[in-house]
Design a protein around this ligand. Structure first.
Ligand code: G3P
Length: 218
């Protein structure tokens, strides 16, 4: 399973990229707004920090402008994945950009029918928002399972399932069990993945015993 990081904070991305565990980055207009910086500068900077896909979202709602925005974003770097919303204009833009060999991430997916449309439009990634479904008392993971089943039925559908709106480590584990291709994690959730009190306690005990031996490996 690939791990993307869901932030536009380049300092945080630089820090986490140094673990060697980052396969890409996702941003959205809300995350860009949080930085208070110019979007084009931020995206170019992030594209230099990671080799994998960096999602940059269009903000127009009509096809013609969305396409122009997408083409402009794609020119920033080879690893830009243009993010478009799951609307008819977004799907048309997805079809046009993917036809030009540009990666497209179709976002704001809340149903299997939407995911099927995005795959048919040539999306590289579909982003189902599991946390926001859970928020309205709907099982977000059930959607991942449904999309996995549908995509696996057709070799012609090459779209990767990118689990978004991830809120906790359980979401990551459940998505991995279902065979999702990617999870995009807020930095806090990525850091939570490693935490276990028995690991901390076990290490403490090993080191205490080791120090008693008076030995050193180096
Ligand atoms: O990847 C989409 C994500 O940023 C949305 O997350 O927590 O705002 O639903 P959230």
């Amino acid at each position: 399973m690939k791990f993307f990081i869901d932030t536009a904070d380049s300092r945080e991305i630089r820090d986490l990229a140094s673990t060697g565990l980052l396969d890409g980055v996702t941003t959205n207009p809300s995350l860009i707004a949080k930085t208070g910086r110019n979007m084009l500068e931020v995206i170019s900077e992030i594209c230099d920090l990671v080799e994998g896909p960096v999602s940059a979202e269009v903000t127009a709602t009509d096809f013609e402008t969305m396409l122009k925005e997408g083409e402009k974003l794609a020119r920033l770097a080879d690893n830009v994945a243009v993010k478009v919303p799951l609307t008819w204009a977004g799907l048309k833009t997805c079809k046009a950009l993917s036809g030009q060999g540009i990666m497209v991430n179709v976002t704001l997916c809340f149903s299997a029918a939407q995911a099927l449309l995005a795959a048919k439009a040539g999306a590289s990634f579909i982003s189902p928002f599991v946390g926001r479904l859970d928020d309205i008392a709907t099982d977000g993971m059930a959607l991942i399972s449904e999309i996995r089943q549908i995509y696996d039925n057709y070799d012609s559908l090459a779209t990767e399932i990118l689990v978004a709106s991830v809120r906790n480590p359980r979401h990551v584990v459940d998505a991995a069990k279902l065979g999702a291709d990617v999870a995009t994690l807020p930095p806090a959730v990525l850091k939570q993945l490693i935490a276990h009190p028995l690991t901390d306690r076990g290490l403490e005990a090993f080191l205490a015993d080791w120090h008693k031996t008076g030995q050193a490996i180096l």
